[in-house]
Design a protein around this ligand. Sequence first.
Ligand code: SAM
Length: 276
Amino acid sequence: MAKPLQGHSARKRFGQNFLVDDDYIDRIIEQIAAHPDDHIVEIGPGLGAITQRLLPPNCKTLTAIEIDNDLVERLKNQHDDQITIVHSDVLNVDFAELAKRMSPAGDGSAPSMKIVGNLPYNISSPLLFHLSRFMPSISEIHVMLQKEMAQRIYAESGTKHYGRLSVMMQYHFDVALGFHLPPGAFHPPPKVDSSFIELHPRQSISLVCDDIELMSAVVNEAFQQRRKTLRNTLKNRLKDEDFEQLAIDPSQRPDALCVDDYVRISNYLSAQQHNL
Ligand code: SAM
């Protein structure tokens, strides 16, 4: 049975591993570097280890999105006058709407939000894809991830961790590793190491993708069998003459291509679809 935390029993189904190590909490707060003008959205505030260090006036507005009834009640009791609490599954939250509601004049102009969170690891990947749909509303993201997943996000092409997540996340974001945390920084301790990372929406994208869903499908197919060549994995989409047009060697494996190569492939396919 889980040990009580301020009388709360950690719920496994919500991925509740609460931060309990003050040194690591300090480092997280340092990395987030809240500014009095910031609009911060915290995902999964839990028992408030990060929340209480971000409260206004450390930032302009603090919004907390929490799924667990009991934790929502606690937050309301403790901080109702200081934060906006959204009782919801974060995957159902429309971040563009959330930003609009923060508009000081209520005139529909939306400020850019800083997103922070020590997330349940089982939703990290869907959450990052969900957030990537709201880029104009987001200025930066600071998240805790399973170390192995963080490695996949910032992996460079040609390395063993490089895959679908690296390509799709690096298309949207500049990624920086903050630091790693051992299981003992949490209670109850998770079975894996964790990493706190920082993602910034890319300001200037050299090559813009025309159809992100198509790119995602192509990257997915390419990496489904990562030891096979592109000629093999993408055979239903590209012939040798197409690879020649793209100046991409089809005998390479999917991890040899950089993000822009995948953008070029999907833009090429998108143009072909429009010319049919
Ligand atoms: N931030 C706290 C901390 O660092 O101690 C809690 C972290 S705990 C790993 C994850 C938090 O996310 C829990 O409070 C959990 O209830 C909440 N949570 C889990 N799934 C969620 C979801 N789909 N939407 C919103 N919150 C969620």
